[in-house]
Design a protein around this ligand. Structure first.
Ligand code: T4K
Length: 419
């Protein structure tokens, strides 16, 4: 346990963790059995194009999400595009700026115009009132995101969509296995899209899925996923190649089967974080809203700089230098990214702006041990308790701290942030 500021790796001490701890380290169970599954797929000679593993995976996803149809896709970004195309969306679509860049990019890439709306301060999901302010005669859809395994205000969003005749396409990349008042994510809106990327709660290395209860929409998504081919010599739609392959589906089947184990690990990790972090001034651990059962895929905290004594960016950098590769998703905000930065905002985003400066994520998942979390908790406690001294050290060092040798981002704190 580090007792002095000078023991911090940022200032030349030894990093607390030599083995880096990541947000998004893949959850993998039964690796030996999984290896056997993969060998079986390879031996079977059927590797892709709607093979048996993909069909089994689709049935499993349908079952867990209570959706009538599931169309497995190579990733969630492509799944969003296929679903949007299948709905014949055009013109403008309303999205949060507080999301991964894939949400607006998927839309922009197929010629739609993302319009950014603000989010709710508690759930971090699209604010229906802000959505209303963004609607124009060109709007054809709302694309809300169930961020961090929270669930959007689905009833209010549905009311807005119905009132204005808009389609509702949920980006549910973070929310597989979640529910709202016992209604599973997967059955809201016109369609929902899951991500099964390696960094997700359950995954297929790369992968995604569209789920819907709409028969016609499902048929069209299936067609569009495979070039628009509908027979040996028949092409009946302008499709793309968005297929999931058999090896991916085999990994997906294993990780989804392990969902209860992963969920339990996430629950107990979060419980431990809660015990360690609950009374630190200026630190707030976010909770799912009432009625939401969350997969707890992300451990999300906010840092109030005035009370904590350090900014969110300083905390992230100091932790990373210790080998705790915390993240500040989704700063600086999609509306500041290329190609949206020059586009005027339709409505102010005050909540988004605040969250972009205060929200951060801590590692969780199967690879984390209770002892790791204890050490992370103690480190964060120490950062807060010694914040005045740390600020002094940062000033002396012109705002710089030593990065962890294994840090892919090699983050350094600027003097401005050390202010
Ligand atoms: N919509 C939303 C709301 C999303 O969050 C995402 C994806 C999408 C749509 C699109 O879904 P996909 O098209 O990807 O299916 C990661 C993921 O790449 C991305 O899928 C995810 N959201 C996003 C929130 O996080 P990065 O840039 O943070 O990835 P990266 O490579 O920095 O990985 C995070 C950390 O995890 C690494 O520092 C190390 C660790 N890691 C990662 C991988 C891939 C490992 O330990 N092993 C690994 O194999 O985007």
């Amino acid at each position: 346990m580090k007792s002095s500021t000078l023991h911090l790796a940022a200032f030349g001490g030894t990093p607390e963790f030599i083995r880096p701890l990541h947000v998004g380290h893949p959850n993998l169970l039964e690796v030996d059995q999984l290896a056997e599954d993969l060998v079986q797929v390879l031996r079977s000679g059927y590797l892709t194009n709607n093979g048996p593993r993909v069909r089994e995976f689709e049935q499993l996803i349908s079952r867990v999400s209570s959706a009538k149809h599931c169309i497995a896709v190579c990733n969630a970004t492509t799944a969003l595009q296929i679903a949007a195309k299948a709905m014949d969306l055009h013109g403008e679509v309303i999205v949060p700026s507080f999301t991964f860049i894939a949400t607006p990019h998927a839309m922009k890439w197929i010629g739609l115009e993302p319009v950014f709306a603000d989010v709710n301060p508690e759930s971090h999901t699209l604010d229906p009132d802000s959505v209303e302010r963004c609607i124009s005669e060109k709007t054809t859809a709302i694309v809300p995101v169930h961020l961090w395994g929270n669930v959007c205000h689905t009833e209010a969003l549905q009311r807005v969509a119905t009132r204005h005749g808009l389609r509702l396409l949920y980006d549910s990349s973070h929310a597989f296995g979640c529910s709202l008042n016992d209604q599973p994510v997967g059955s809201f809106g016109d369609a929902e899209v899951f991500s099964f990327h390696a960094t997700k709660f359950v995954h297929s290395v790369e992968g995604g899925a569209i789920v819907t209860n709409d028969d016609q929409l499902a048929d069209r998504c299936r067609r569009l996923r495979a070039f628009g081919i509908t027979g040996l010599t028949e092409i009946s739609d302008l499709g793309i190649n968005g297929k999931m392959h058999e090896l991916s589906a085999a990994v997906g089947l294993r990780t989804v089967a392990g969902l209860p184990v992963i969920q339990k690990a996430n629950e107990s990790n979060r419980h431990l974080y809660q015990q360690l972090l609950h009374d630190i001034p200026g630190l707030h651990l976010t909770h799912p809203e009432s009625g939401v059962s969350s997969n707890r895929q992300y451990v999300v905290i906010t840092i109030d700089e005035d009370q904590f004594g350090l900014s969110r960016d300083q905390v992230v950098s100091l932790l990373r230098s210790e080998g705790v590769f915390a993240r500040s998703y989704f700063a600086p905000g999609c509306h500041r990214a290329t190609p949206y930065a020059d586009q005027p905002l339709r409505t102010p985003l005050p909540v988004t702006e605040r969250l972009l400066n205060t929200v951060m994520q801590l590692p969780t998942g199967l690879s984390l041990r209770a002892s790791d979390i204890m050490r992370i908790g103690k480190l964060i406690q120490m950062l807060q308790q010694q914040s005045t001294e740390i600020q002094k050290q940062l000033m002396v060092r012109n705002g710089r701290c030593n990065p962890h040798p294994a840090d892919p981002a090699r983050m350094e704190i600027s003097l401005k942030e050390a202010g």
